[in-house]
Every structure is written in structure tokens, then in C-alpha cells.
Design a protein around this ligand. Structure first.
Ligand SMILES: Cc1cc2nc3c(=O)[nH]c(=O)nc-3n(C[C@H](O)[C@H](O)[C@H](O)COP(=O)(O)OP(=O)(O)OC[C@H]3O[C@@H](n4cnc5c(N)ncnc54)[C@H](O)[C@@H]3O)c2cc1C
Ligand code: SF4
Length: 333
């Protein structure tokens, strides 16, 4: 294993200044923050990530879940996934987030994994994790082994000719449907990034996964005020019932009045190269009767632009059924 300096950050400004010396905040960054370590340390053991400096942010005061004045919640970057999932207000008012978190990984991993680390977890594409294989995300310009290789679990939405890897996070799918905002402290001050603008499509630059720049420290995530009485469902379909990533998943936040859908937010997981908000599904359902036919039409709309790879065509129908089922469950209250 390669050697690296390990520093414990004493304050956020110092951590930002140290990390700002990095050449990039993307794949191959020479300086990395570490929180729970469940993504970073794994990838360092595989030599997929080889930082020369690792900055431990666990002592920064970023581990609180707080009410915001005027409603909404503030979730610190180092809040553990288990603490977030079991927080009484998250459980009650943002249950889609609790459901998504509890469907991920294992209890032990959730006790370590943090909010910011989860936002930045990396794809599970097997070629990305194997330095003997060609991978444009890990080593730009070398090619994509997955396009003509093992791609059963990979993406059908937002892919490019350079990368078809899925974003594996469950938490992110719920946050996309909840319209969360990600807050960052960097060398130029603080900024708030709407969830949908945080992750990038692979395009020609699959090694660039987010809008983060060197030095950027995620400090917290905010959730808008809860919608009273909204129905929230996260449904995850996978090869085995626990300790497995999604083949397809759906997060739904829905209000129904007089049998009609009056508010709807939909996001998909396991199928997109980023957490996949489906405005097509939302537009199809908005104002319509809350019934199975309309739910299926919304799912058709969500997958209309899906592009199957050689082994994952089954995901199109799987994702449609996943979303239809989640909408049906949500409509039943
Ligand atoms: C066996 C296994 C199974 C899993 N199953 C699932 C699953 O089913 N569903 C799922 O969603 N996830 C799953 N995961 C992934 C897991 O959720 C992530 O590994 C975890 O959320 C990452 O959080 P962390 O705090 O450990 O991140 P770390 O490993 O500490 O960091 C990850 C990345 O985030 C960066 N970072 C961390 N904090 C900050 C910050 N505040 N600001 C800027 N950058 C930061 C680090 O530099 C690093 O690049 C699984 C993981 C494993 C190992
Ligand atoms: S799909 Fe992306 S991560 Fe996987 S091999 Fe291709 S370029 Fe690499």
C-alpha cells in the first residue's frame, strides 16, 4: 500500500485551506478528507485512490441534526447514516430518507458511513475497482471495459460512450426526491448547491463526478420544510434482500387530494449515472387521478429515454415496475 500523511482537522477553515492545495477534488485527488472511511479506505486498499494526504474531519462540529427556523432540517456532514435514519423527525416527516438509508449496506456500515461520504460514494462498476482493467473514470482516456463487458448492474439512463457506471447511493435518491440542498465551504466562501446540480453526468469526463473544487468541504445538507400528510415511499429491488446495491429503486413523495395527485416528486436509483430525478414522471402524473394506469404511464415516461447495454435491458421493465409499485404503495397512504 502507498504511504500518505494523516492529519486530524481542528477547524473547518484549516481543513479547507489544507485540501485546497490538491490538484483536483475529483478522481485521483492527491488530498482527501476522510469521514467514515467506508468508501475511501476501501478504494485506497485497491490502489484506486492514492492520496498523499488524508485529512480526518471527524472532530469537526458537523455531527448535529437540527431544526431550521421556519421548518426544514439541517443535517451535519458527519452525521452517521444510522443516526439520521433513526432520528424521530426524519423518521416522521422525511420517512423516504429513513427508508432509503435503512435499505443500504449493513447496520455496521451505517454506523460508520456519514452524510457527506454517502453523497460522494463511488460506483461499484467492477472495472473501476480493478486497476488491471481499462476504465475512463479511473484513468481518463484508457477506454471503458464495461461497454463490451460485464454491465448487468450498470446504467441505462444518463450514460455516455465513455462511461455507463451507475451511482450506487440509496440516500441520494431520497434526497433528490426531497429536493435537498448541499452546503459547501470552500476557499471562496460558502455556497449552497441544489441537489440536482451536485452530481454530473459522465459525458466526455466521467472522472469528474460532482461540482466540487479543491478545498471544498461539505458542511451540511438542508431539507425543505416537510409537507404535512405527504406519502413517502422508497422501494429498492436487488439480487438479495440485504447488503446489496439496487438494480432499480424508486423514491416517491406524493400528496393526493380528492383522488388526484396534487404534488409529486420522483427519483430513481440503480439505473442512472447520477441519482435520477424524473421530471417526466412528475409531469405525467401531476393533477391526474391517483390510479394504477396513470402510475404505469408515469413509469413509461420516466424510462422513455433509457438506453440498455448488452446485459441490462431487463432493467427497463424492472425500473418501470419498481416505480409503478412505489406509486401504488404511496397512494394507499
Ligand atoms: C460492503 C458495502 C456495502 C454497501 N452497500 C451500500 C448500499 O446498499 N447502499 C448505499 O447507498 N451505499 C452502500 N455502501 C456505501 C456506503 O453507503 C458508503 O461507503 C458511505 O456512505 C460512505 O460514507 P463514509 O463517511 O464512510 O465516506 P468516506 O469513505 O469517509 O468518504 C467518501 C468520499 O467522500 C469524501 N468526503 C467525506 N466527507 C466529506 C466532506 N464533508 N466534504 C467533502 N468530501 C468529503 C472523501 O474524501 C471520500 O472521497 C456500501 C459500502 C460497502 C463497503
Ligand atoms: S462504466 Fe465507467 S467506471 Fe465502469 S469501466 Fe466504464 S468508464 Fe470505468
Amino acid at each position: 500500500m502507498h504511504s500518505f500523511d494523516f492529519t486530524r482537522a481542528g477547524d473547518a477553515a484549516g481543513a479547507v485551506a489544507m485540501a485546497a492545495k490538491a490538484k483536483t477534488a475529483q478522481q485521483g485527488a492527491d488530498i482527501r478528507f476522510v469521514a467514515g472511511g467506508t468508501t475511501l479506505i476501501d478504494l485506497m486498499k485497491l490502489n484506486v485512490e492514492t492520496p498523499t494526504r488524508v485529512i480526518d474531519i471527524n472532530r469537526l462540529p458537523l455531527d448535529k441534526i437540527e431544526d431550521l427556523p421556519g421548518g426544514g432540517m439541517k443535517i451535519g456532514a458527519t452525521v452517521r447514516n444510522s443516526d439520521l435514519a433513526h432520528h424521530p423527525k426524519i423518521n416522521k416527516d422525511y420517512s423516504v430518507l429513513s427508508q432509503a438509508l435503512l435499505s443500504g449496506a449493513s447496520a455496521q456500515l451505517r454506523n460508520m458511513a456519514t452524510t457527506a461520504g454517502n453523497l460522494l460514494q463511488r460506483t461499484r462498476c467492477v472495472y473501476f475497482r480493478d486497476t488491471a482493467m481499462r476504465c475512463n473514470k479511473r484513468e481518463p482516456g484508457t477506454g471503458c471495459s464495461a461497454i463490451n463487458g460485464e454491465n448487468r448492474t450498470l446504467g441505462i439512463l444518463g450514460t455516455s460512450e465513455h462511461c455507463i457506471a451507475t451511482n450506487p447511493s440509496d440516500m441520494c435518491v431520497a434526497m433528490a426526491a426531497l429536493e435537498a440542498t448541499i452546503h459547501v465551504e470552500g476557499m471562496k466562501g460558502t455556497r449552497a448547491i441544489p441537489f440536482g446540480e451536485f452530481h454530473l453526468l459522465p459525458g466526455n469526463t466521467p472522472y469528474r463526478e460532482t461540482v466540487l473544487e479543491p478545498g471544498d468541504l461539505i458542511t451540511h445538507v438542508t431539507l425543505p420544510p416537510p409537507r404535512s400528510g405527504s406519502r413517502q415511499v422508497y422501494l429498492k429491488l436487488r439480487d438479495r434482500s440485504s447488503y446489496e446495491f439496487a438494480l432499480a429503486s424508486a423514491a416517491v413523495v406524493m400528496d393526493v387530494a380528492d383522488g388526484k395527485v396534487t404534488y409529486i416528486r420522483v427519483a430513481l436509483g440503480g439505473v442512472g449515472t447520477k441519482p435520477w430525478r424524473s421530471r417526466e414522471a412528475e409531469e405525467t402524473l401531476s393533477g391526474k387521478a391517483a390510479n394504477s394506469n396513470n402510475f404505469r404511464m408515469a413509469a413509461e415516461a420516466a424510462l422513455r429515454i433509457a438506453k440498455p447495454q448488452s446485459q441490462n435491458g431487463f432493467k427497463i421493465e424492472l425500473a418501470k415496475r419498481c416505480l409503478t409499485n412505489a406509486l401504488n404503495t404511496a397512494s394507499q397512504g
